[in-house]
Ligand binder design. Structure first.
Ligand SMILES: CC(C)(COP(=O)(O)OP(=O)(O)OC[C@H]1O[C@@H](n2cnc3c(N)ncnc32)[C@H](O)[C@@H]1OP(=O)(O)O)[C@@H](O)C(=O)NCCC(=O)NCCS
Length: 294
C-alpha cells in the first residue's frame, strides 16, 4: 500500500456538486437533494487532489438526543477509481472510527457495506450483524391487491403538523432519535403518510425521488399488515420504478412484496462496530431510509 497522499478535508454545502460528481462516477444514483440532506445532517469529509478535485468522501450521521450523540451511521464511503488502493479509503474509515471513539461516551458506528467495501470494514473491526434485502418494482404496484385487516386504521398525508409525531415514532422504533436527519429527509420527500389506529399514530412512511426511482423508506409500522398499508398508500399515486430496502428480520413481508411485482436486487451486509448485537433495532423498523443512513 502506498502511503496517504492528501490530508482529510471537511466538506461543506459549497462542495455539493463535486460530491455528486464523485458518486455519479461510481454509478451511484444519489441526487443533489440526497447530498444536500447528507451535508445538512452530518459530518462529510474526504480528500481533494492537488487540482482541487474531490477524490474521496465519507459521511458520519450522528443520532441521539440533542447534545448527546448515542450512535452514528457511516455512509457514502467512496474513493474515485483513479485513487484507489493507496490507503485513502482506510484513512476515511479510521477517521470515522476516531470520531466515534472520541465521542463522550464512545458511540457505535453502523453501515451497509458493498462487496468491494467489505474487506476494508472487516479489517477495521466492523462485524456483519444482518443482511439488508433490496427490492425493486419495475413498474407501478397493484396496490388494490393490498387489503387492510384493521377496521380502525386510517392513513393521513404527512404534513408539518405531524412532523414531530413522526420523529417521536421513529425514535421509538429505531432506538435513537434522528431529529436532524429526518427533518431534512421529510423536507426532501415528495410524499409521506402517517398511520393512525384509533387516535394513536402507530406508523409512517416516506417516498423520496431519486431521479426516475421512487425510494420507499423509512417505513415504521406496528406489524406486516400495517407496513403493507403504508407501502400501498405511498405507491398509490406515484409512478415507479419503486425501491424498498428491508432488513432480513422483515422476511415475512418478502413474499407479499414479490406478489406485488417487487424483485430482490441485492443483499448487502449490515455492519456494526462498537456494539455486540442489534437489540437497538426492533421489529417495527421495516424499511430503512437509505443505505447511507444505516
Ligand atoms: C471500498 C473503497 C472505498 C476502498 O477504497 P481504497 O482507497 O481503494 O481502499 P484502501 O487503499 O484504503 O484499502 C484499505 C484496505 O481495504 C481492503 N481493500 C480495499 N480495496 C479492496 C479490493 N478491491 N479488494 C480487496 N480488498 C480491498 C484491503 O484490505 C486494503 O488494505 P491493503 O491495501 O493493505 O491490502 C473503494 O474501492 C471504493 O470507493 N469503491 C466503490 C464505492 C464503494 O463500494 N464504497 C464502499 C461503500 S460501503
Amino acid at each position: 500500500m502506498i502511503g496517504q497522499v492528501w490530508p482529510i478535508t471537511q466538506f461543506s454545502l459549497n462542495d455539493l456538486s463535486g460530491l455528486r460528481q464523485l458518486s455519479l462516477a461510481q454509478n451511484w444514483p444519489h441526487s443533489s437533494e440526497d447530498w444536500l440532506t447528507i451535508l445538512r445532517s452530518g459530518n462529510v469529509f474526504g480528500h481533494r487532489a492537488d487540482s482541487g478535485e474531490i477524490v474521496s468522501s465519507a459521511a458520519v450521521i450522528p443520532y441521539g438526543d440533542s447534545g448527546s450523540v448515542q450512535s452514528a451511521a457511516l455512509g457514502m464511503v467512496i474513493v474515485d477509481s483513479k485513487a484507489r488502493r493507496r490507503g485513502l479509503g482506510e484513512a476515511l474509515v479510521r477517521e470515522a472510527i476516531r470520531w466515534a471513539s472520541n465521542s463522550q461516551p464512545p458511540v457505535p458506528l453502523s453501515l451497509i457495506a458493498t462487496l468491494i467495501g467489505l474487506p476494508l470494514y472487516e479489517k477495521l473491526g466492523f462485524r456483519t450483524v444482518e443482511t439488508l434485502h433490496k427490492f425493486v418494482a419495475p413498474t407501478n404496484v397493484p396496490t388494490s391487491a393490498v387489503t387492510s385487516h384493521a377496521n380502525d386504521r386510517r392513513l393521513a398525508p404527512l404534513d408539518e403538523r405531524l412532523t414531530n409525531t413522526v420523529i417521536d415514532l421513529d425514535a421509538a422504533a429505531f432506538g435513537y432519535r434522528r431529529d436532524c436527519l429526518l427533518g431534512h429527509r421529510i423536507d426532501q420527500a415528495k410524499t409521506g403518510c402517517v398511520l393512525f389506529e384509533g387516535a394513536a399514530a402507530t406508523g409512517y412512511g416516506l417516498l423520496v425521488r431519486q431521479g426516475e426511482l421512487a425510494v420507499l423508506g423509512p417505513i415504521i409500522a406496528p406489524n406486516d399488515d400495517a407496513a403493507l398499508a403504508i407501502v400501498a398508500a405511498l405507491t398509490a399515486n406515484s409512478d415507479g420504478p419503486f425501491r424498498i430496502d428491508l432488513p432480513a428480520r422483515q422476511k415475512s413481508l418478502f413474499p407479499v412484496l414479490e406478489s406485488l411485482g417487487f424483485e430482490e436486487d441485492d443483499k448487502p451486509p449490515i455492519m456494526l462496530r462498537g456494539v455486540k448485537e442489534t437489540a437497538a433495532r426492533p421489529k417495527h423498523y421495516y424499511a430503512i431510509a437509505a443505505q447511507a443512513f444505516a
